[in-house]
Design a protein around this ligand. Structure first.
Ligand code: NOJ
Length: 580
């Protein structure tokens, strides 16, 4: 054997060997296991969860008293909406001191016990980080507005009035929809994308960035496990303040999201903070395109861990929605992220009305079944599930009919705006009964007692009168309840890693009633069938299910199957493990 043939053999060995290794690398890349991918996040809205001291407002001690309940759900992480000091213009999303606890919620000692209690139960804690804006009662803003030469002036965005009116910017919560608020003290306007009491921070200022990174370190040093970055996609602005086209507010994210040096700021945040701790990070929103979302979360970007896109939840409307559209959206997002980046899966949160009222059917006959069906969807899709407190009971919209019952700044200011422009207030109230955020913020329904056991005092917002039939105490005892179904679905997700990492494939794309898909991994294949309607629905099954194992159903009996099809009852959901 001459030198060149030995060399050729070596090359062949090298290639084959490396191919194998390469193959494994691909698999392990695909299944690049991370705790935050495998997490099941339970979102707690502290104001409405459990009140411990009778002031009508949920608090940290209240959450502590329910830690065993949270553990019993099987969830592995909790996302807490903001608990920092705040004058509560927007229920804590207006922070006046990032290193302190809101008085209504308790003390730092309560926080420390909560964190300890969660960790003792193997549950991680994700905190909301609200740094697109602060409260106007934050010391930085108090200083900033004092004089044009104050050292904190550049912490916010100001426009001096002698330069005329600033180019129009839309505000999501302002009564007049105007994001520039005039302040006579210094004869200037400040910017607030949300309410007047939520001035936007100036991220171009390196001092602001340093302040935020120090705040993040403060909480990470306490041992928290992650940050949810509130409205951060809007944090960077084009501070040349160009004039936007008329009507831009209808698509304002095109003009507000992913501007300026946003990615530079996130990379600095990653280098200075996120990379130094074992914390996860989730963006609120995902920009305007897949490219925007990938730029936030792809592995090689070194920015955030996962995106939280709204296209899916935005489908619901008072007139209903099309399942074909729903399937198309979720399938498109899954396929765009199958190889790189990571997503969240959710159908509700504190900014949405109740999941079952928007996506299911909250009539007495179908509330439980449709809640369970939607839970099945969330627990069997790729991405990290975020599940909103109360949905595990199948809590429903309260549908207030009087504006006085609402507490949410967005709804109240929206109403005032409608009134000011002589708009149709009846129409507004009907829309809000469907979509107001307060629908999702009514107190958690613990038991049959007064105020659903949420508080011994007067609740800050009305309790839904259906608590006599929908409550935790009752559902806990009933093995067929929505609550116990949720626990089974969570357990199943934890036992089948394929539900986290497996390839997703949509079946029967054009079936208008049934959402059917498979999740496939190296070892296992799972079939999920969900009837999104209140009538029987047929799904033809390409896969052979004769030897399939039924893993979970929300019905008391087995689905009606023939050789070629399965008939699902109203809102029936089934999960099969297929022969691989
Ligand atoms: C998004 C939060 O989820 C919402 O509740 C809040 O009102 C705005 N950001 C402003 O912080």
């Amino acid at each position: 054997m001459n030198f060149s043939s030995v060399f050729a053999i070596l090359i062949c060995y090298f290639l084959i060997f490396n191919n194998n290794i390469f193959g494994q690398v691909i698999i392990s890349n695909k299944e690049d296991r991370k705790w935050w991918k495998e997490a099941i996040v339970y979102q707690i809205y502290p104001r409405s969860f459990k009140d411990s001291d009778g002031d009508g407002i949920g608090d940290l001690k209240g959450i502590i008293s329910k830690l065993d309940y949270i553990k019993s759900l099987g969830v592995t992480a909790v996302w807490l909406n903001p608990i920092y000091s705040s004058p509560n213009d927007d229920n804590g999303y207006d922070v006046s001191d990032y290193r302190n606890i809101m008085k209504d919620f308790g003390t730092m000692a309560d926080f420390d016990s909560l964190l300890k209690g969660l960790h003792e139960r193997g549950i991680k804690l994700i905190m909301d980080l609200v740094v697109n804006h602060s409260s106007d009662e934050h010391e930085w803003f108090k200083q900033s507005r004092r004089s044009r030469t104050n050292p904190y002036r550049e912490y916010y965005h100001w426009w001096n009035a002698e330069n005329g009116k600033p180019p129009y910017r839309y505000s999501l919560f302002d009564v007049n929809g105007n994001a520039w608020q005039y302040d006579s003290l210094t004869d200037a306007y400040y910017l607030h994308y949300f309410s007047r009491k939520q001035p936007d921070l100036n991220w171009e200022n390196p001092k602001v960035r340093q302040e935020v990174f120090d705040i993040m370190k403060f909480w990470a040093d306490k041992g928290i496990d992650g940050f949810r970055l509130d409205a951060f996609q809007f944090a960077a602005k084009d501070t040349t303040w160009p004039v936007f086209p008329k009507g831009f507010e209808k698509k304002f994210t095109l003009y507000y999201a992913m501007q300026g040096n946003l990615h530079g700021y996130l990379q600095q945040m990653y280098n200075d903070v996120l990379s130094k701790y074992n914390v996860m990070s989730v963006a609120e929103g995902a920009g305007n395109s897949f490219a925007d979302a990938h730029n936030l979360v792809d592995n090689d970007r070194h920015e955030l861990n996962m995106a939280y896109p709204f296209e899916g939840v935005d489908i619901a409307s008072p007139g209903g929605y099309s399942l074909l559209h729903f399937k198309e959206v979720f399938s498109r997002w899954d396929s765009a992220f199958q190889d790189n980046g990571w997503l969240s899966i959710f159908l509700s949160n504190h900014d949405q009305a109740r999941m079952v009222s928007r996506f299911g059917n909250d009539s007495p006959s179908y509330r439980a079944l449709s809640s369970e069906m939607l839970t099945t969807f969330i627990m069997t899709m790729r991405g990290t599930p975020y599940y909103y407190n109360g949905d595990e009971l199948g809590m429903t919209n309260i549908r207030f009919t009087h504006i006085e019952d609402y507490k949410d700044v967005q709804t109240l200011n929206g109403y005032q705006h409608e009134k000011n422009i002589g708009g149709d207030l009846d129409k507004f109230m009907k829309l809000k009964a469907f979509e107001s955020r307060d629908n999702g913020r009514t107190p958690f329904q613990w038991n049959y007692s007064r105020n659903a056991g949420f508080t011994s005092g007067t609740p800050w917002i009305k309790v839904n009168s259906n608590y006599k039939t929908i409550n935790e105490e009752q559902e806990d005892k009933d093995s067929n309840s929505v609550l116990n179904y949720f626990r089974r679905a969570v357990k199943l997700r934890k036992e089948h890693l394929v539900l986290v990492y497996g390839k997703y494939e949509l079946l029967e794309k054009n079936n208008p009633d049934v959402y059917a898909y498979t999740r496939t991994g190296d070892q296992e294949k799972i079939l999920v069938l969900l009837n999104f309607t209140a009538h029987d629905a047929i799904v033809g099954i390409a896969a052979d299910i004769t030897d399939a194992k039924l893993l979970l159903t929300n019905y008391q009996y087995l689905p009606k199957t023939s050789k070629k099809s399965i008939t699902l009852g109203p809102y029936e959901s089934v999960i099969y493990q297929l022969k691989n």
